[in-house]
Write a protein that binds this ligand. Structure first.
Ligand code: HEC
Ligand code: HEC
Length: 281
């Protein structure tokens, strides 16, 4: 009897201790949005090797050694769709209520290493940044990218602003974008403003009553009219009621493909330059 009592008392004390500690513990439970952390350092062969070591020991049990999935989903494309920041947040915070634990305990440096390694999964050439950013900046200038894109306020606005592209997109995404523009436009994704703004670059082709066509990105639309911006930057307003057809060209872009125009090394350099573009906080 007495032994049962003291056992209960002990349990009560333990329970109280847990309850007392609970408010502090919940305050620290990661919620999926990582607190301010240092910007993504450029990936290096060392950071990728470090990341691989952590991945093999910590993540492979659920995602498979090659990231193709096991108890957890295939994450070979995750770097591409989530970008480095998205991956950082997911690894830091896990997914509450799913089997994906949080790994905030790894700390910033190790999480970035894992991000770098995850970027190489399922990629023949690796999603890692392997070029020379300085040469890449020259390629950027000589290829006329700035006629459509702006970086830190300088350049055109026919394509998205690239000032923060390094933290929004993975290396493999950017490489693909340069070689196959249009083919991989992401859908709007809440939380990443530049992604939801992507809608603005969707191409439309309007066939007018006389059979002529107008192709451009949508600037404005009402019930009766559609304003398109054509390849020269001219705004053309069409009467929707008089148009024969309005088609959305899902796989087209005003951005020219640089496949065959730039060497593999130039593309690597260019991507490594883009990867350095981040808004300083
Ligand atoms: C105990 C199993 C488990 C472990 C260990 C684990 N994960 Fe996960 N992971 C999951 C599950 C389950 C999901 C799907 C969560 C959901 O429902 O969205 C997931 C989702 C993810 C996603 C998002 C995939 C997507 O497309 O939305 C990424 C990225 C990811 N995990 C990376 C990692 C990394 C990196 C590690 C190691 C640091 C890791 N995971 C360890 C089970 C695990
Ligand atoms: C004629 C205009 C034009 C030129 C020149 C151009 N782009 Fe683009 N670019 C666009 C448009 C429009 C988009 C958005 C639609 C899409 O994804 O195709 C885009 C998208 C991108 C994206 C993806 C941005 C994001 O937020 O995901 C990157 C990266 C990019 N361009 C890089 C470049 C680089 C590097 C060059 C030079 C080698 C270049 N672009 C030249 C028009 C252009």
């Amino acid at each position: 009897m007495t032994s049962k009592c003291s056992w209960r008392a002990a349990l009560l004390i333990v329970a109280c201790a847990i309850l007392a500690a609970a408010p502090i513990a919940t305050a620290q439970i990661p919620t999926g949005q990582a607190p301010p952390h240092k910007a993504h350092p450029p990936a290096t062969p060392e950071s990728i090797a470090q990341g691989k070591q952590i991945f093999d020991g910590t993540c492979a049990v659920c995602h498979g050694v090659d990231g193709s999935g096991a108890n957890g989903p295939n994450i070979q494309g995750a770097a591409r769709t989530m970008g480095p920041e998205g991956l950082y947040n997911r690894i830091w915070g896990g997914v509450i209520g799913s089997g994906m634990p949080n790994f905030s305990y790894l700390g910033e440096d190790k999480i970035w290493d894992v991000v770098d390694y995850v970027g190489t999964l399922g990629q023949e050439t690796g999603g890692a940044v392997i070029g020379d950013p300085q040469k890449g900046e020259e390629v950027y200038t000589s290829s006329g990218c700035s006629s459509c894109h702006s970086v830190d306020g300088t350049g055109g606005d026919r394509g998205p602003d690239l000032s923060n592209i390094g933290s929004e997109r993975s290396a493999s995404f950017m490489r693909d974008e340069i070689l196959n523009p249009g083919a991989n436009k992401p859908d709007g994704e809440p939380g990443l403003s530049s992604r939801s703004a992507y809608d603005g670059y969707r191409m439309y082709r309007v066939t007018l009553a006389d059979g002529k066509t107008v192709t451009g990105t949508r600037v404005n639309e009402s019930s009766f009219s559609l304003q398109l911006r054509d390849a020269h930057g001219n705004i053309i307003s069409v009467d929707k009621l008089k148009a024969k057809s309005i088609d959305v060209l899902g796989d087209e872009s005003f951005m020219p493909s640089y496949k065959g125009k730039l060497s593999d090394a130039q593309v690597d350099d260019l991507v490594s330059y883009l990867a350095t573009l981040e808004v300083k906080q």
